[in-house]
Ligand binder design. Structure first.
Ligand code: NA7
Length: 555
């Protein structure tokens, strides 16, 4: 595939034509570059950011931290890398994860093939040339035979329409676009809009530093304690001694995550006597993190069991939060627990016991808009100096539909997805030849440890591209039949769960006007990985492969 293209040296040359262009220099893009380079391909990565890291480059809000434990949330592809890198805490904070991304970029000499500060505005497939043409915001055109969107699941931040924001005389920030120099809130009055994971992580830190924090809550979210702390060197040593085995177990379970005890309790919560059930909830609560969800097997499938989980957390909230009105407002009731991503916190609920923290329940006092000096909810104006929009993302599809992607015959991905995304395996779309997505909609992505999902996709894609190289295949495209069958399957699996009961970003329901659909594959990482392997073993069944070369082998 690369014989017509000169070797890449993007650092110094104005080269504009490549075998592969990868959009995004987060953990997907970095590993994809590493793999494809080893296959002798000329590869360029472009990213809007000024450095590597993707999500972890942008999300620098106070308290930003991964909700998957450090020893699991990292690459497994290089044993020296995983042995040598030492994590500081049980759950890594954003600066450390960003440092890890930088370390990987250095270690594998990746930067020379990455063009930073380059936003991709459009990508179109030119059928006659068999090339993707990538337009950047600087007006430059780049082209490549293959285009891989490594654009992330939570990378299109969204500030909701807030009447009057333009008149606000203070400062405002979105958590996902936090200034790199930080924000000094000392002595200031801060208003936080939103109570999802980003808010739940940042509120305790803001409350420590600011004079006053007022939290504007539309929907109370469930959070479990992280019990974060320094990573015990002995634990790390023992884990690393069996890293390969642990990684294999991660790939072979639904969530891609390992826990201390565990694993998932296979009984249904409703089938267990109350005292044993309480003991199980309590044990998992004391372990911290997502393991709480594994107390029983039917959390997201049985409303009756789900209610028992919810009741346990409600009681915890009432125990922690001293003011009964605030405690009641913090008890989530609008959706089954677990159907919006569970938050993992450090002192979130206890923060409401501080004198300088106030909760405004937007159900009782709806958000009216922003004034010159604050936020109006109901008939009260709350004066603030800083507004923090912890209002989330156009998740799963936003980073892709923000790019004007045009496939065969000029068809637009935005239009094709106006009623929800249709993909084959979350990897490819019919009508968009030689275009791939890493952790795209319809793949497990956010339902698993992202590193497990990323490595599985990148490995699969690298093998697929090697297959194309070996056989002189120029064009690969998902068939419409395979795509529609897969999309229906993703939706059907979702409908068997309680997830559709929540207005969550998993369902596309957090964005006004976005069609409600099930955006990720809920069948588990291993089942999904097997399905991908099967497709490859059957000669990329479900894809149409073609070649312009007379020497190409039939497939
Ligand atoms: P989330 O989880 O989408 O949370 C966004 C929050 O912002 C949520 O509480 C929303 O309330 C709230 N929101 C959004 N729009 C509005 C308006 N217009 N008015 C009031 N409140 C609003 O985003 P995060 O950044 O916290 O977390 C995203 C993921 O990153 C998280 O799941 C982890 O995986 C890491 P709503 O619930 O929609 O009523």
């Amino acid at each position: 595939m690369n014989q017509h293209i000169s070797p890449t040296d993007t650092g110094s040359s104005p080269q504009k034509s490549f075998d592969v262009i990868i959009v995004g220099a987060g953990f997907s893009g970095l590993y994809m570059l590493h793999r494809l380079r080893k296959q002798g391909l000329s590869v360029l990565v472009v990213d809007a950011a000024s450095d590597v890291g993707g999500t972890w480059y942008w999300n620098r809000y106070p308290g930003a931290r991964c909700d998957v434990e450090s020893l699991s949330y990292s690459y497994s592809f290089d044993d020296d890398l995983q042995q040598e890198w030492n994590w500081k805490e049980r759950y890594s904070a954003q600066p450390e994860i960003l440092e890890y991304a930088r370390h990987v970029a250095e270690r594998f000499d990746l930067r020379r093939d990455i063009r930073f500060d380059t936003t991709v505005s459009a990508a179109r497939f030119e059928e006659a040339r068999g090339q993707w043409v990538i337009e950047t915001s600087s007006g430059e055109s780049l082209c490549a035979k293959l285009c891989i969107m490594a654009t992330g699941c939570l990378s299109a931040p969204r500030i909701p329409d807030a009447a009057g924001l333009e008149d606000f005389e203070g400062e405002y920030f979105h958590t996902g676009l936090w200034p790199h120099e930080g924000v000094d809130v000392a002595g200031k009055r801060v208003g936080v809009i939103g109570t999802g994971s980003s808010a739940i992580q940042s509120i305790p830190i803001l409350a420590r530093d600011a004079a006053q924090v007022t939290v504007f809550q539309r929907t109370a979210h469930y959070s479990v304690p992280a019990w974060n702390g320094p990573l015990d060197p002995q634990t790390e040593k023992e884990f690393k001694a069996r890293y390969d085995e642990h990684r294999q177990r991660m790939r072979e379970n639904d969530s891609g995550i390992l826990y201390d005890l565990q694993d998932i309790n296979l009984r249904a919560a409703v089938d267990v006597p109350e005292d044993l059930r309480e003991a199980e909830f309590e044990k998992r609560w004391q372990q911290g993190g997502f393991n709480f969800q594994n107390s029983f097997a039917d959390l997201t499938r049985n409303q009756e069991s789900n209610d028992l989980y919810a009741d346990f957390v409600h009681r915890k909230i009432r125990e922690i939060v001293k003011d009964p009105v605030t405690a009641e407002a913090l008890c989530p009731t609008a959706f089954p627990i677990g159907t919006k991503r569970l938050c993992v916190d450090t002192n979130y609920y206890a923060t409401y016991n501080k004198d300088n923290v106030t909760l405004v329940d937007l159900n009782a006092s709806p958000l009216q808009g922003i004034t010159k000096s604050g936020i109006r909810a109901g008939d009260v104006e709350h004066e603030v100096d800083v507004i923090v929009f912890a209002t989330g993302f156009d998740a799963m599809t936003g980073a892709l539909t923000n790019i004007d992607i045009k496939g065969r015959d000029g068809r637009s991905l935005r239009s094709e997805w106006s009623e929800g995304p249709h993909t084959f395996l979350g990897l490819a779309m019919a009508g968009f030849p030689n275009l791939f997505t890493i952790t795209g909609p319809g793949s497990p992505s956010v339902f698993t440890n992202m590193f497990v999902a990323i490595e599985q996709h990148v490995d699969w894609l690298a093998d697929c591209i090697a297959f194309m190289q070996e056989r002189d295949i120029d064009v690969i495209e998902a068939s419409i039949e395979a795509q529609e069958n897969w999309t229906a399957h993703v939706g059907e699996l979702g409908e068997e769960t309680l997830y559709p009961k929540a207005n969550s970003w998993y369902m596309g329901a957090n964005i006004p006007g976005k069609t409600r659909s099930f955006l990720a594959y809920v069948g588990g990482m291993q089942v999904y990985g097997d399905a991908c392997s099967q497709v490859a073993e059957n000669g990329y069944e479900g894809f149409v492969l073609s070649s312009t070369s007379a020497t190409a082998q039939a497939v």
